[in-house]
Design a protein around this ligand. Sequence first.
Ligand SMILES: [Zn+2]
Length: 398
Amino acid sequence: MNQVSSEPGQSAAPGAAIRRNPRLIKLRCIGCAREYPLLDLPAGCPHCASAGTPASLEALYSELPRTLTAASSAYKWGDWLPYTHGVSLSEGDTPCLDLPRLARELGIRQLSAKHEGMNPTGSHKDRMSAQGVSRALDVGAGTVVLASSGNAAVSAAAYCAAAGLRCEIATYRDMPAPFARALHHLGAQRVVFDRGFDRWDHVRQRVERDGAFALTNYSVPAVGSPVFGVEGYRAVALECVAGGCIPDHVLVPTARGDLLWGLYSGLRDLLQAGLIKHMPRLWAVEPFPRLSRVLDGAPLQSEFPGQTVQFSIGGSTVTLQQKLAVQQSGGGAIVVNDAGAIEGTSKLAAQGLWVELCAGACLSALARLREQGEAGPSHHALLLLTAKGDRDAFDPFP
Ligand SMILES: [Zn+2]
């Protein structure tokens, strides 16, 4: 049943210290709750996939720590993740900044910003790459393959280089030059396509035909990225709570919801462990209506096409994981168009934070929540600033 095997004649990087979390016991479908042994199932739950309603898997741990103490493992929060030791470029531990001027302007008690642009390759994707590439090493994969034309591509290229693995990335032809240059430097192989779905077909073929290890989704309808990588985002929740940041609202730029789900999963487990007293409401920020339409009753498996310059959160699909994360946390979806994203980015830049456009959109989304009365004067909100702005394809300040 293991759908990933080593490619002939290739082996994992010598000397890489990979250690799986002994608490990690099985996988569970977030849709139908069927349980699976620790296999690589990049299309998610086979039962739900065959029913035409694809669903991601999540990791199940036998028990989780009852205290928020950083582990002595290579990964600071490794006790809560699939791997305690593995490939690392010192990702995580990103700053959580206080923005009192913007909080006053918005009329809320406190505004924080988790600056994920401070990760080694400039985005939150490094958290997924660390755990996902460690998994690839653990199962003896020779090649990691993914579809991305932005932050995930650069991150995967860096972590595969660190691990000594071959990295193959299906990209758009018009990938922004700074990203393409980074891939070249990091030694990743680019395979170029005109259409998003063609990229996914390529990844599927490389996985199913050649035994490559998938780091991102290739299913249509879409699921989240494979579980071992997505679990890496749980550390964002742990870092925030350990640092005393337990907000009422969290605003997350969202395409297919990997980060959103990881945050939800970490916060849910912290709540169950009694380490936080309430569940922050998670809000998916999107550039045009996708999840918003699903929450209004549209079928989740539909296509929701739209145009945007918010490069990192484009795409026309919705996943079950993003829907569940907002519903089960009592949040929702907020559409911020490109003008709103540019305005938010500009306001953050005035605080000294140059972030990608979709991260700026979170600030405008929060203003919307305030107008609607969802966010009140006594509330604390957290913005997830997913990446730095210096590689954005669109220049809002020409
Ligand atoms: Zn299922």
